[in-house]
Design a protein around this ligand. Structure first.
Ligand code: ARG
Length: 462
């Protein structure tokens, strides 16, 4: 006696080994596709009925049966069985249990191979929509914060050494630019995957007269796939989505790293709200930026998923291979991690307090206007290389006397070059330095404010 019936067990004499059953099952994770599976099957059944491949009555019974199954899954009333193998077979079994013979007609002109990639496309289409919402919500938070800190001066760094003074708004808007490209990448990924694979069947298409255009219309796909082998065998869209997510996480990770440094006792540029930090189990005084650290840490997971999916695909012979079932867990974890990170980072950013005095104070240290001084000499006609050397000597002079540029008298400046005049003061001041960075994309008040206005106009237009 066979333990259970499988839809494919006609050619088998022995039943599946229990360990094999457990090993091959994907139900524990692909059950999250139940809604898309039902949606795809409903469209397929409607098309079959419209084409006269099944009767109108059978079509109606299937559609009603699937609707009931969806409701019962949502109500927690459905019991999945170990032998169900995956969500597609589980739903089909339930349908046949409930409506009998007509249920056995749903899988006409279809294979799990085209069904599973359909489900995944439907699912990812939605998830990209909600990830983009979270991403763009975070972008508008960044924009508001930049607006609020539009006059705040901070040190700009290279090599984590003070380099030149910048506006905090400019720093925040740098991330806004990055995340804008990230949003474009997500949108493009969505548009490329938005293709109906159904009709490819197992690999070769089907001899039955399907109307693929009609199914596509029902499911909101603007295009149908043009090669059945390609349709069932590729998961480039999964790889592309994970790559786009990896880049977003990389950006969030760098931003988190900035916050970790800025909130350290050595910097004290920013205070993260209590609700978005954690304490230490032993050191009573501690307030740690664990959220930012975890975003940095979780980025590593997504990189791992990217390597997983690329490696999964590289050696597969045409067309469908069961290896492809391994696409789901990395994809699902990427979605969960990305959305979770964006949500918690948004909360944290709504709870930041910048220490403006401290940032401005640090911005004036470390000869941060040395490049401005060289530019001063360039304006007075000196070749830049020579100006660089003159200012270098000036820096050394100051270091030896424990002075800054602003402590020097004009006479002292003139020891180094007689082109120095009273107007040099303006060049060594931090505010003066920032004001002059008027080049497009620079950190001047004018450039940053006009970019802020441009972005605010764009976001209010949607
Ligand atoms: N659970 C399978 C997957 O995720 C569905 C397709 C199974 N197809 C097959 N020929 N065994 O890929």
């Amino acid at each position: 006696m066979k333990r259970t019936k499988k839809p494919w067990d006609g050619r088998f004499l022995e039943e599946t080994d229990r360990e094999v059953e457990a090993f091959t099952s994907s139900l524990s994770f692909d059950r999250r596709l139940y809604r898309q599976d039902v949606e795809g099957s409903i469209a397929h059944a409607k098309m079959l009925a419209r084409q006269g491949i099944i009767s109108p009555g059978e079509g109606k019974a299937i559609v009603a049966g699937l609707g009931g199954i969806r409701k019962d899954i949502e109500g927690g009333l459905v019991e999945f069985l170990p032998q169900d193998e995956d969500i597609h077979m589980a739903i089909e079994r339930l349908l046949i249990d409930r409506i009998g013979e007509a249920g056995g007609k749903l899988h006409t002109g279809r294979s799990r191979n085209d069904q599973v990639t359909l489900d995944l496309r439907l699912y990812l289409r939605e998830e990209i929509g909600s990830a983009r919402k979270l991403l763009n919500n975070f972008r508008s938070l960044l924009l508001n914060l930049a607006e609020q800190e539009r006059e705040t001066i901070m040190p700009g760094y290279t090599h984590l050494q003070k380099a030149q003074p910048i506006l905090l708004a400019h720093h925040l808007l740098a991330y806004h630019e990055m995340l804008q490209r990230d949003d474009e990448r997500l949108k493009e990924c969505h548009d490329r995957l938005n293709v109906l694979p159904l009709g490819a069947a197992a690999l070769a298409g089907t001899g039955l007269p399907l109307d693929r255009g009609y199914t596509a219309k029902l499911l909101g796909f603007p295009r149908v796939s043009q090669n059945s082998l390609d349709a069932v065998s590729d998961r480039d869209y999964v790889a592309e989505f994970i790559f786009a997510s990896a880049v977003i996480m990389m950006h969030l990770s760098r931003l988190s790293e900035d916050l970790i440094i800025w909130s350290s006792d050595e910097f004290r540029f920013v205070e993260i709200g209590d609700a978005f930090t954690t304490g230490s189990s032993i050191m009573p005084q501690k307030k740690n930026p664990d959220v930012a650290e975890l975003i940095r840490g979780k980025t590593a997971r997504i990189y791992g998923h990217l390597v997983t999916i690329l490696t999964l695909l590289k050696g597969l012979p045409m067309s469908y291979n069961r290896d492809l079932q391994e696409d789901k867990e990395p994809l699902f974890d990427t979605i969960d991690t990305l959305k979770g990170s964006l949500a918690v980072l948004s909360g944290m950013f709504a709870n930041l307090r910048f220490n403006r005095e401290r940032m401005a104070e640090e911005a004036s240290k470390g000869f941060s206007t040395a490049t401005d001084l060289a530019e001063y000499l360039v304006v007075k006609g000196m070749p830049f290389r020579q100006a660089h050397a003159v200012v270098g000597r000036l820096v050394r002079y100051c270091l030896e006397r424990k002075k800054t540029f602003t402590d020097l008298t004009i006479e002292e400046f003139r020891i180094f070059d007689n082109r120095f005049e009273a107007d040099v003061r303006e060049y060594v001041s931090v505010a003066g330095s920032i004001s002059r960075k008027r080049v497009v994309g620079g950190t001047s008040y004018d450039s940053v404010h006009s970019r802020l206005k441009e972005l605010a106009d764009k976001s209010s237009k949607g």
